[in-house]
Design a protein around this ligand. Structure first.
Ligand SMILES: Nc1nc2c([nH]c(=O)n2[C@H]2C[C@H](O)[C@@H](COP(=O)(O)OP(=O)(O)OP(=O)(O)O)O2)c(=O)[nH]1
Length: 251
């Protein structure tokens, strides 16, 4: 048995990185069967070849710079002794590595292009001491739900510029982003795109100037880690709460 690992950083949200990877398929002709697929976090494909087998697994992780795609190919020739080792070293390892490298460059470029067509949402977890600012939506499908201030990134706008702009528009404050907290898929339609195509990326930040005013929300609240769970959040936001709690405990 041998194992090969490849990592690629893709300038695309999780959902786009995942969907493009699946759309392109695998970089070799041998068809693999899907074993498990958890959009947009991971998938595993496998095939049996004579007495050997191959398993290809991918993990998609949100990072500050984009989606990190971590791929692993495990394979077993099923051939005995020296013959098995020669086939493994001379044929399979080299061929798979070459095919993967060629495939991953093209994949990263396609995903980055496709990302330009998907409207992204950016959210701010604004922190003061051991509390974070939460905002209650007013109107629309999530009326009354709590969320992170923020909104849609305009075409061509850098993500953090959108974060600063949205906080100025919605809260009348100047904020300074401090660090990336996480990314979650949004189920619904964002800006007329395909359902589930967009994600929200949340950064934590501090208010540099001004006191937050609810210009677009029903109300704003500063809450501590222990109060986060009890709020009626937009469901998509809940997976981000552990990261917010960790942050508040760290500061
Ligand atoms: N701001 C924000 N939006 C969220 C959160 N969670 C979540 O699912 N969303 C969704 C709701 C909306 O479909 C989308 C954000 O759109 P928005 O309407 O707030 O964006 P915007 O400020 O640019 O709005 P608009 O002026 O274009 O109406 O993301 C969250 O925590 N904060």
């Amino acid at each position: 048995m041998f194992r090969l690992r490849f990592t690629t950083l893709v300038e695309a949200p999780l959902t786009v990185a995942f969907d493009v990877a699946r759309g392109l398929g695998r970089p070799w002709r041998l068809p693999l069967e899907e074993v498990v697929s958890v959009r947009p976090a991971r998938d595993v494909y496998a095939a049996a070849v004579g007495r050997g087998w191959v398993v290809h697994s991918r993990r998609f992780t949100a990072t500050e710079a984009g989606t990190l795609v971590d791929e692993q190919v495990d394979a077993e020739t099923g051939l005995p002794g020296v013959l098995g080792r020669v086939v493994e070293r001379v044929l399979l390892r080299r061929r798979i590595t070459r095919a993967m490298r060629a495939h991953l460059d093209g994949y990263a470029a396609v995903a980055a292009r496709r990302a330009l067509d998907v409207v992204q949402v950016v959210g701010a977890a604004l922190v003061d001491g051991d509390r974070v600012l939460v905002a209650q939506r007013s109107g629309g499908p999530y009326d009354g739900c709590w969320e992170f201030p923020g909104g849609k990134v305009e075409p061509g706008e850098p993500e953090l510029a959108a974060l600063v702009r949205e906080c100025a528009e919605e809260l009348e404050v100047a904020v300074v982003p401090q660090g990336f907290l996480g990314e979650v898929p949004l189920d619904g339609v964002v800006a007329g795109g395909a359902p589930g195509a967009s994600t929200m990326r949340v950064w934590w930040g501090r208010i540099e100037q001004g006191r937050p005013v609810a210009r677009e929300h029903a109300q704003l609240r500063w809450v501590g880690a222990a109060e986060l769970d009890a709020l009626d959040w937009i469901p998509a936001d809940r997976p981000l709460l552990p990261a917010v709690r960790d942050l508040l405990a760290r500061l």
